[in-house]
Design a binder for this molecule. Structure first.
Ligand code: GLP
Length: 261
């Protein structure tokens, strides 16, 4: 796991966008995994800037979302498909129909989960998955207690996550759906490169567990320690609980130029 502690939150977006730019340079039809939440918004802004400047194109690629709420109407602004349309698709040059997500409006949710797993496999798997992290250590919507081998399935959100996400639902936790469909931790671990971004002091404990804690379903993001290619990009507040912060910084500064993202 590579841990990169940058000087400021803006630099988190730049470093993550550099990894995505390098991927598309070598593989113009790459498959990108996209995440919702506040954390990746700066990354999408930076990708949009690079596309507008002619430095990057995602037009040959495909994208898969991590998760979706169950039961929100198709036109609900917080339905993750609509969030990704606004936060990502509208800023870059990928076609809207090249972006897929689990169908939280399906009559048969279990069948929708199985179909989503097949769609990812049929696309050849995900080359680079962008991730945020919840304050309770969840990735996608894999809440504490999730199997570290799980596949796309229905999950019940914790009250902590519903409280955290209430800001998108008029500050009313009861307005946040109780259920979601989410890629499992096993699904996420199948992506070839995982790039997790986190900013702010409120993420410091989850980041500490992710990087330095024992692997445990109690902190689902710790499963990333079992993946061979993970990049964690942090601002100083998000890194403030790391015991080996000085070593990670030293390692990054001494990174040989021939070593890729
Ligand atoms: C949400 C999403 C996750 C995201 C997390 C953190 O519940 N399902 O994919 O990483 O919460 O969100 P934020 O980046 O807004 O803090």
């Amino acid at each position: 796991m590579e841990v990169i502690i940058v000087d400021a939150a803006e630099d988190v977006a730049r470093v993550a966008a550099d990894a995505i730019t390098a991927l598309y340079r070598g593989k113009p039809d790459a498959v990108l995994g996209v995440a919702t939440g506040s954390s990746p918004v700066g990354v999408y802004d930076e990708l949009g800037r690079r596309v507008a400047a002619g430095e990057l194109s995602l037009s040959g690629g495909r994208a898969f979302m991590l998760d979706e709420y169950v039961g929100l109407p198709a036109d609900h602004p917080e339905r993750y498909r609509n969030v990704i349309e606004r936060d990502f698709v509208a800023k870059v040059d990928i076609a809207s129909d090249a972006v897929s997500g689990p169908d939280g409006g399906a009559d048969d949710l279990a069948a929708a989960c199985a179909a989503y797993e097949r769609a990812i496999a049929d696309a050849g798997g995900i080359d680079l998955q962008i991730l945020g992290i919840g304050t309770d250590g969840h990735i996608a919507f894999n809440e504490p207690g999730s199997s570290l081998a799980s596949r796309t399935r229905i999950k019940t959100l914790t009250s902590q996550t519903r409280a955290d996400n209430a800001r998108f639902f008029g500050d009313d936790p009861e307005a946040v759906p109780r259920h979601c469909l989410t890629q499992g931790i096993g699904t996420i671990r199948d992506a070839r490169h995982l790039v997790l971004v986190a900013t702010g002091r409120h993420k410091a404990e989850a980041v500490h567990q992710l990087v330095e804690g024992p692997v445990s379903a109690m902190w689902p993001a710790t499963a990333l320690q079992l993946h061979p290619h993970v990049t964690v990009v942090l601002d100083p507040p998000a890194s403030s609980r790391l015991q080996l912060a000085a070593y990670y910084t030293e390692t990054y500064r001494a990174k040989p130029s021939w070593q890729g993202p």
